[in-house]
Design a binder for this molecule. Structure first.
Ligand code: ZN
Ligand code: ZN
Length: 345
């Protein structure tokens, strides 16, 4: 530990595609209402890829990324969790005064920011965080699985917006990390889940996790109509955010069904609004998660409700963070790369 010297190891994104793992000053911790968190594990996600490429609209260099956080309290101010408490993090920063915040919907704050994107994150030995963003972990959660809380909270939020009922048929487009977690949560909620995914490796992972999958060479409309007796799926989760998926979403959703946009479209996409209208299909977007979703995600992990030990992860040490990004961005079998910032790996 380099703590006493006021230095820490950190992965610093100094320019697009340029991560330097080196010594950096310890984060400054405001004395009121903040804690210094020792980082254990941090998951890499698609948002980090766009930051790395220099295409994220808000991120500025230099930046310590990392918002999928598992850590423990090193030092806290009055009212914070006691030293040593293991925590995960709700990394949202809301303004508190916009129309969304005032209505109690701070996760759709019009000026929403995140630790790890707009402020320093956890790809380092330490991160400073406000106490009200820290969520103590139950003993039954491993520090490694705790790093899955944040993406799992997105899936929990998506499923909460889907209004699934036991026996509902849910189609999930995209078997990446968010799609797969959404499938797991939807199945836990009682839905029958079918995956549509063009990548052979990720399709195989979905099948290994026990999901029904559409063969890559079939037409997804034909497959889903066959699978639903010609009705269409009750709920369609779009975790692909690809124009080819937008083009067919209404066609594979049953009348009065629901489309849940889990992925984020980077550009406007064409969608058949006439089909949406004629079927009275509802379509809803998903922006991160609420506090309740994060707490539910912690609970699902603690109860081992989703068999997450079968979820294909790869752990890399902080020094190998670039290699970790390469693995994550290859979109292969590994669904989540988790960086060990504790020095143990
Ligand atoms: Zn993320
Ligand atoms: Zn706000």
């Amino acid at each position: 530990m380099t703590h006493s010297t006021g230095q820490m190891r950190a992965a610093i994104l100094v320019a697009p595609e340029t991560i330097e793992v080196k010594d950096a000053p310890l984060p400054e911790v405001p004395s009121e209402g903040w804690s210094l968190v020792r980082c254990n594990y941090t998951g890499l996600c698609g948002t980090d890829f766009s930051i790395l490429h220099g295409t994220h609209p808000r991120a500025r260099f230099p930046l310590i990324m990392g918002h999928e956080i598992s850590g423990q309290i090193e030092r806290s101010s009055a009212g914070g969790p006691p030293e040593g408490t293991r925590v995960t993090v709700e990394p949202l920063i809301s303004c508190g005064v916009c129309v969304a915040c005032l209505a109690g919907n701070s996760h759709v704050c019009t000026r929403l920011e995140l630790f790890g994107i707009d402020r320093p994150g956890s790809l380092a030995e330490y991160v400073a965080l406000p106490n009200d963003r820290l969520i103590p972990l139950p003993d039954s959660i491993s520090e490694l699985q705790a790093a899955l809380t944040e993406p799992l909270a997105v899936a929990v939020h998506a499923v909460s917006l889907a209004k699934l009922e036991p026996g509902s048929i849910a189609a999930v487009f995209g078997a990446g990390p968010i799609g797969m977690l959404t499938g797991l949560v939807a199945r836990h909620a009682g839905a029958e889940v079918i995956f549509i995914e063009p990548g052979a490796e990720r399709l195989a992972v979905a099948a290994e996790l026990g999901f029904r999958t559409a063969p890559a060479d079939t037409d997804p409309i034909d497959f889903l109509m066959d699978a639903t007796g010609g009705a269409g799926a009750d709920v369609v989760f779009d975790a692909a955010a690809h124009p080819s998926v937008a083009a067919i979403l209404p066609a594979v959703t049953r009348p009065k069904g629901r489309i849940v946009l889990v992925g984020v479209y980077k550009k406007p996409a064409e969608i058949n609004l006439q089909q949406l209208t004629f079927r009275e299909v509802e379509m809803v977007g998903v922006r991160v998660y609420t506090r309740a979703d994060v707490e539910r995600a912690v609970q699902l992990i603690a109860e081992d409700a989703l068999n997450l030990e079968e979820f294909p992860i790869r752990v890399v040490p902080l020094d190998d963070v670039q290699k970790g990004f390469d693995i994550a961005m290859a979109s292969g079998r590994v669904l989540k790369v988790i960086v060990d910032t504790s020095g143990r790996t």
